[in-house]
Design a protein around this ligand. Structure first.
Ligand code: PMV
Length: 330
C-alpha cells in the first residue's frame, strides 16, 4: 500500500516598492541589495503538495494543465533533504491571475509551496525559515511569506541564513491600495526576471549605480511607512522602479519590458498626480503598470487607466495576508 501526505496553502503575490534586481550569489539566490514590498490580496496562488510513495518522479499541474517541473524538482529536494525523506511529490497549483506575465507569479508560487510542502513533509518551520526556503525558489517569494509591508534583508552571511524577509507593518495598519493595469493581455513575458537581472549585472553600465541607490531608498521607504507618509513612499516607489528599468534598458543587448501602452499608463498616472491625486507607478519584469494609491483615490485611478488603449484589465488590490495553510479538502 502506498502512503501519501498532503497539505494545501495559499499565498499572495507582492509588488516591490523598492525593487530587487541583481544577485550576490546565484546558487543560493542571494540578492545584491535589500528590497521592500506590499503583499497584494487580489493576486493569489493556491497550492496542494502531496508526497506520494507511488510516484516515480515529481509531477506539476498549473492552472489545470500538466507543466514542466523545471526549478520545482531541485527546490523540492531542499525540503526532502531537510525532512530526511526521498518521496516524490505531486504539486497542483492555481493562480487567480495570468501566470509569468510580470504579475509576480513566482513570488506567490514559491511562498505557497514553502508552506504547503514543509507541512506535507512533516516539518514545522517558523516564518523566518519559510522565508529563507521560499527565497531559494524565487527571491521575491521570501517577501510573500509575510503580509502587509515586507522588508527583505540583503544579509551578509555567505550561507544566506540572514537573507530573509520580515514584516515591517501589518496590512490593516495602513490601508493603501495597488491599482494594476494589465497591459498586453497578460501574455507570457519574453525574458524572465532571473535571466534579465543576471544579464543586466553583467552588461549594463548603469547596474552599479542602480545597486548604489537601493540602501537609501530602503531607509526612506521604511521611514515613510512608519510615518504613514504616502507622498514620500510614492516618490521612492516611482524612483526605484524607474532606476531599475533604466539599468535594465542600458543592458547590452537591452532588456525592455515597456510597450506603447505602458507609456500611455505612465502618462495617465502623471496627469492624475498633477490633478492632486496620490498615484505612484511601479513596474516589474513585464509591461504592466502598478499604481500605489490610497482608499480614497483608487477608483479614480482605476477609471483613468481602464479607458486607455492596450489596457486589457484593471485590478484594484488591498494589502494581503502572509502565506498560510488552508484546511485540507479531505
Ligand atoms: O523573484 P524574481 O526572481 O522573480 O525577481 C523579481 C524581480 C522584480 O519583480 C522585477 C522586482 C521585485 O523586487 O519583485
Amino acid at each position: 500500500m502506498t502512503s501519501t501526505k498532503s497539505a494545501t496553502a495559499q499565498a499572495c503575490a507582492n509588488i516591490a516598492l523598492v525593487k530587487y534586481w541583481g544577485k550576490r550569489d546565484s546558487a543560493l539566490n542571494l540578492p545584491a541589495a535589500s528590497s521592500l514590498s506590499l503583499t497584494l490580496d487580489a493576486l493569489r496562488t493556491t497550492t496542494t503538495v502531496t508526497f506520494d510513495d507511488g510516484l516515480t518522479g515529481d509531477e506539476f499541474e498549473l492552472d489545470g494543465q500538466a507543466a514542466a517541473t523545471g526549478r520545482l524538482g531541485p527546490w523540492l529536494d531542499l525540503v526532502r533533504k531537510r525532512a530526511d525523506i526521498t518521496t516524490f511529490a505531486r504539486v497542483v497549483s492555481e493562480n487567480n491571475f495570468p501566470t509569468a506575465s510580470g504579475l509576480a507569479s513566482s513570488a506567490a508560487a514559491f511562498a505557497a509551496l514553502a508552506v504547503a510542502a514543509t507541512e506535507a513533509a512533516g516539518l514545522s518551520l517558523g516564518r523566518t525559515e519559510l522565508s529563507e526556503l521560499a527565497r531559494r525558489g524565487s527571491g521575491s517569494a521570501a517577501r510573500s511569506i509575510f503580509g502587509g509591508f515586507a522588508l527583505m534583508h540583503r544579509g551578509e552571511r555567505c550561507d544566506g541564513t540572514d537573507c530573509v524577509a520580515e514584516e515591517l507593518l501589518a496590512r490593516d495598519e495602513w490601508p493603501l491600495r495597488m491599482v494594476i493595469a494589465v497591459v498586453g493581455g497578460g501574455k507570457k513575458k519574453s525574458v524572465s526576471s532571473r535571466d534579465a537581472m543576471d544579464h543586466c549585472a553583467e552588461t549594463s553600465p548603469l547596474y552599479q549605480a542602480w545597486i548604489g541607490c537601493v540602501a537609501k531608498d530602503i531607509d526612506d521607504a521604511s521611514s515613510a511607512i512608519m510615518s504613514r507618509d504616502l507622498s514620500a513612499l510614492g516618490a521612492v516607489t516611482q524612483g526605484s522602479a524607474m532606476a531599475m528599468h533604466a539599468a535594465a534598458m542600458a543592458s547590452r543587448p537591452p532588456v525592455r519590458y515597456w510597450q506603447p501602452s505602458t507609456l500611455r499608463c505612465l502618462d495617465a498616472v502623471e496627469a492624475l498626480q498633477e490633478s492632486g491625486l496620490h498615484a505612484y507607478p511601479t513596474m516589474d519584469a513585464g509591461p504592466h503598470v502598478k499604481v500605489l494609491t490610497n482608499e480614497e483615490h483608487c477608483e479614480e485611478v482605476a477609471t483613468g487607466l481602464r479607458q486607455l488603449e492596450g489596457v486589457s484589465g484593471v485590478i484594484i488590490s488591498h494589502a494581503g495576508p502572509g502565506a498560510h495553510l488552508l484546511p485540507s479538502a479531505e
